[in-house]
Ligand binder design. Structure first.
Ligand SMILES: CC(C)(COP(=O)(O)OP(=O)(O)OC[C@H]1O[C@@H](n2cnc3c(N)ncnc32)[C@H](O)[C@@H]1OP(=O)(O)O)[C@@H](O)C(=O)NCCC(=O)NCCS
Length: 184
């Protein structure tokens, strides 16, 4: 079972934000937050027309994370409402168990207040406590804000995957694979 202590942090903007492990009762909120980010069109591989994630499926996902010792699902909460989420998932095989892959989403109206950074700090602290050696994430090459955040937190670009995403008939996007070496 993935355990991580809940925290309340007063951000520089004066906003009080709770950071805690996702609970089964969060599934509607999590679907809403993710659907909002997908609808923006710029940040995810999945498109709105492919989005079929139901609350029941998200509930199952929350349960899978909760039951796993090598996965962590965190939410950021403002006044009882989930406004962001972050996940860390350890590799599923003996030979990849030293690597955790991360994801991070904050609802648009709540961006730029260090919620993403604090979610990432919590995920990285958990990963270090679990003795992961390598943290990875994938980000669109043009997602400047996210890349800035990852650089700020010590991630570096490990590889550029050319034309990884075909956005439209004539437009492709590259993906950066970014890495953080724990204990480096
Ligand atoms: C990427 C994301 C999670 C960042 O969360 P956030 O709460 O907006 O970011 P924070 O306020 O914590 O930013 C912390 C630092 O990251 C950098 N940063 C974040 N957004 C930035 C932007 N738009 N432009 C420049 N720098 C940015 C800054 O260095 C900032 O530090 P500062 O406060 O000292 O300037 C959020 O913008 C988001 O959900 N975006 C859409 C989904 C997405 O792109 N997810 C990541 C996919 S890999």
């Amino acid at each position: 079972m993935a355990l991580w202590p809940a925290k309340n942090i007063l951000l520089p903007s004066g906003l009080s934000v709770g950071f805690r492990v996702a609970a089964e009762g969060d599934s509607d909120d999590l679907v809403r937050v993710f659907a909002g980010v997908v609808a923006e069109g710029d940040f995810t591989i999945i498109t709105q027309s492919e989005l079929s994630q139901t609350s029941a499926q998200e509930l199952r996902r929350v349960q899978i994370f909760a039951d796993s010792t090598s996965k962590l699902y965190l939410v950021a909460e403002v006044a009882g409402q989930v406004v962001g989420m972050g996940t860390a998932s350890g590799g599923n095989h003996l030979r990849t168990a030293h690597v955790a892959s991360l994801s991070l989403f904050v609802e648009k109206p709540f961006r730029g207040r260090r919620i993403g950074q604090n979610l990432l700090v919590e995920l990285m602290s958990w990963a270090q406590s679990m003795a992961f050696e390598k943290l990875t994430l994938s980000v669109y090459q043009n997602n400047y804000g996210a890349i800035q955040l990852y650089h700020k937190m010590g991630f570096e670009i490990e590889a550029q995957v050319k034309k990884a995403v075909k956005v439209s008939e004539k437009r492709y996007e590259d993906i950066f694979s970014m890495v953080y070496w724990c204990d480096a």
